[in-house]
Design a protein around this ligand. Structure first.
Ligand SMILES: [Fe+2]
Length: 168
C-alpha cells in the first residue's frame, strides 16, 4: 500500500464530516436577512425624506444603496435555498430578528441619517464577517466568496456615508 492510498480514506472522512456540519450555514445566512431588510427600508426612508441643503448630495446615492441592499437580499436567500435551508417568509420575522434599529422619527438631520446608516452598515459587515468565518470553518468556499462580495458592498456604502457626512 502506498502512502497516498493510506491517506485517502482519512481525507474522505474529513470531507464528509465537513458537509455534515454545514446545516448551520443556511441558518447563519438567513440571520443576515432581517438586518438587510431593516437597512433597506431605513435607507429608502432616508432617500425619501432627506431635505435641505444636502438633498442633492444624498437623495440619489441613498436610492442606489437601497437598490444594492435589496438585490443582495435575493442572493442571500437563494444561497440559503441552494444549501437546502428555508429562509424568511414574512415581515414579522424581520421584526423579531433584526439587530438594526428602525428609525420612525418625523425629522432626521441629513448628517444624522448618514451617521446612522454608517453605523448600521458596519454592524452588518461585522455580522457578515462572523458568517464568513463559519463558512471558512466548514469549508464552504462558495458561500465564503459570496459573503466577501457582500462585505465589499457594505464597505463601499460605508465609504460614501462616512465621507458625505464630513463637515465642509
Ligand atoms: Fe426614489
Amino acid at each position: 500500500m502506498t502512502p497516498q492510498t493510506q491517506i485517502a480514506p482519512a481525507r474522505h472522512r474529513e470531507n464528509r464530516s465537513h458537509h455534515a456540519n454545514r446545516s448551520d450555514i443556511p441558518v447563519a445566512l438567513t440571520a443576515l436577512l432581517p438586518d438587510m431588510f431593516a437597512l433597506y427600508l431605513k435607507t429608502q426612508n432616508f432617500h425619501w425624506h432627506v431635505s435641505g441643503r444636502q438633498f442633492r448630495d444624498c437623495h440619489l446615492p441613498l436610492d442606489d444603496q437601497a437598490a444594492q441592499i435589496l438585490a443582495t437580499t435575493d442572493l442571500i436567500a437563494e444561497r440559503v435555498r441552494r444549501l437546502g435551508g428555508r429562509t424568511i417568509t414574512y415581515i414579522g420575522h424581520i421584526g423579531q430578528l433584526q439587530h438594526i434599529e428602525d428609525n420612525d422619527a418625523d425629522e432626521v438631520e441629513p448628517r444624522d441619517m448618514l451617521a446612522e446608516l454608517l453605523k448600521d452598515n458596519w454592524l452588518l459587515a461585522k455580522h457578515m464577517q462572523a458568517t464568513h468565518a463559519l463558512c471558512d470553518e466548514r469549508g464552504d468556499v462558495v458561500s465564503a466568496r459570496l459573503i466577501e462580495n457582500w462585505i465589499d458592498e457594505a464597505e463601499g456604502r460605508a465609504w460614501f456615508l462616512r465621507d458625505a457626512a464630513r463637515p465642509g
